[in-house]
Ligand binder design. Structure first.
Ligand code: NAD
Ligand code: UGA
Length: 458
């Protein structure tokens, strides 16, 4: 088949893989190729054992793979053939040198820019899909304009807003698609070309076009706002625990104001995931680099509040279990940073596991999708950790359960059966407020929800 356009995506991760699968599915006349340096990842994208767990993704990949969707490690060939290149490589927080712990590490992004210059033989649109500091496109344009072949590259920002666990649905029905371009004729033309891809399935009024810098910055701001809401309600959860108010009732009462709404005001042990913390710290770093220290301090508090919430949860477990958890078997129900994903990046579960192991508890980690990643996260730590996918086996002879991830399966467990198998007194610390606390208390558990009065038999 003769394809009308060649699209390449560099980076076959949580964003590159699903995004390109949906573009391929919705645009059968385009050839979509996803490349990565990681051979194992590409091998798994070419199998039915995909490298990431995402509901509905395997069906989408299967429907397009081999027809107009291809996964490969042939980066030079991919670059040569492409009309449009999406760059979706990782942009983690820098761990070294200037800006360590705050700034974005742009080494992977810059490497792809050099590869594009080296292998290109014709003009292309380069799409920033990764989340990047505002004004990165300027650096990108400089690198790309260094080419001796006089090839024109137009850089466009098209940040991704999908959330893990709902990626397929978010891509099929996005709230908006954002495309930022230079405010020049070639910039507008490139933005129209990218918009034309999404217009295959996204209503035109949901495709927003802006200048390049607004698009880059909007992505950081969107994540900062979402995380800020979580930190706000988590701050209130601490106050609820002192006053016997109920944070869930507060979320409902406050969220009922349509100006506030219900999304992202569920108290938790803290937000995790690869992006919120990194993107806010990046925003903080950018503000500081412009001398905007008050603005930086304001946003930094969102991350500090998140750290505080995680610390609070650990301290509560230790305190309520009579100030010692040495050799006590504690089950973490869930390890993924949220439900419906196997991703554990920045999961509060990692922090919690480390702290409980330092206190010499015996840990059991139970998660339907994240045990492979949990093993990697906790590798090399001193202490006893068992990985058990079955919640009933996991809780046998345990002293406490801590809910880390809001998986639906945990809500439906037979807690009478679980209680019968546990050592007494048995504790539940519900870091997600997903369980029926009153019922658990009636069964015999001592229950410690988040931001609600505790229910104990002492
Ligand atoms: P990821 O780590 O899952 O995937 C990135 C991939 O890029 C890796 O497989 C890596 O091997 C590959 N890569 C790195 N350098 C390369 C190179 N030079 N050539 C070829 N491949 C290379 O990351 P991700 O979660 O997909 O995130 C990618 C970007 O998207 C980040 O900037 C992130 O902030 C942003 N983002 C992520 C999400 C999310 O839900 N994970 C959502 C929106 C935006
Ligand atoms: C988030 C954003 O929602 C996406 O729009 C964005 O594209 C993405 O980051 C990104 O840039 O990577 P994601 O991290 O996948 O998506 O998942 P969220 O649903 O946002 O959850 C993030 C964390 O907040 C999870 O740990 C979740 O459990 C927690 N959370 C969420 C709460 O604690 N309370 C809430 O009310 C909502």
């Amino acid at each position: 088949m003769k394809f009308t356009k060649n699209i390449l995506c560099i980076g076959a991760g949580y964003v590159g893989g699903p995004t390109m699968a949906i573009i391929a599915l919705k645009c059968p006349s385009y050839k979509v190729t996803v490349v990565d340096v990681n051979e194992e990842r590409i091998g798994r994208w070419n199998s039915d054992d995909l490298p990431i767990y995402e509901p509905g993704l395997l069906d989408a990949v299967r429907a397009a793979r081999g027809k107009n969707l291809f996964f490969s490690t042939a980066i030079p060939e991919g670059i040569r053939a492409a009309d449009i290149i999406f760059v979706s490589v990782n942009t983690p927080t820098k761990t070294f040198g200037l800006g360590a712990g705050m700034a974005s590490d742009l080494q992977y992004w810059e490497k792809t820019a050099h590869q594009i210059v080296t292998y290109s033989e014709k003009p292309k649109i380069i799409v920033e899909k990764s989340t990047l500091p505002v004004r990165t496109a300027e650096a990108m344009e400089r690198i790309l304009s260094e080419n001796k072949k006089n090839i024109h590259f137009e850089v466009v920002s098209n940040p991704e807003f999908l959330a893990e666990g709902s990626a397929v649905n978010d891509l099929l029905e996005p709230d908006r698609v954002l495309i930022g371009s230079q405010q020049t004729e070639s910039g507008f033309k490139a933005a129209r070309e990218i918009a034309a891809i999404y217009a295959h399935w996204v209503p035109i009024e949901k495709i927003i076009t802006t200048n390049l810098w607004s698009a880059e910055l909007s992505k950081l701001v969107a994540n900062a706002f979402l995380a800020q809401r979580i930190s706000s309600i988590n701050a209130i959860s601490a106050l609820c625990e002192k006053t016997d108010a109920d944070v869930a009732e507060i979320s409902f009462a406050v969220g009922s104001d349509t100006r506030i709404g219900f999304e992202f005001i569920n108290a938790s042990i803290g937000f995790g995931g690869s992006c919120f913390k990194k993107d806010i710290l990046n925003l903080v770093y950018i503000c500081r680099s412009y001398g905007l220290n008050e603005v930086a301090d304001y946003w930094e508090k969102v991350v500090k509040m998140n750290d505080y919430q995680q610390e609070r949860f650990v301290k509560k477990i230790i305190k309520e279990m009579f100030n010692t958890i040495v050799a006590k078997k504690i089950v973490l129900l869930g390890f993924a940073f949220k439900a419906n994903t196997g991703d554990t990046r920045e999961s509060p579960g990692i922090y919690l596991a480390k702290k409980l192991l330092e206190e010499r508890a015996a840990l059991v980690i139970c998660d339907p999708q994240a045990l492979e990643n949990a093993r990697k996260d906790l590798a090399g730590l001193e202490g006893e950790v068992v990985y058990e996918p079955d919640p009933y086996r996991a809780t046998q002879a345990a002293q406490a359960i801590a809910v880390i991830t809001e998986w639906d399966v945990f809500k439906k467990l037979d807690f009478e059966k679980i209680f019968a198998g546990m050592r007494k007194p048995a504790f539940v610390f519900d870091g997600r407020n997903i369980l029926d606390h009153r019922r658990l208390f009636q069964i015999g558990f001592n229950v410690f929800p988040l931001g609600k009065p505790s229910l104990t038999h002492f």
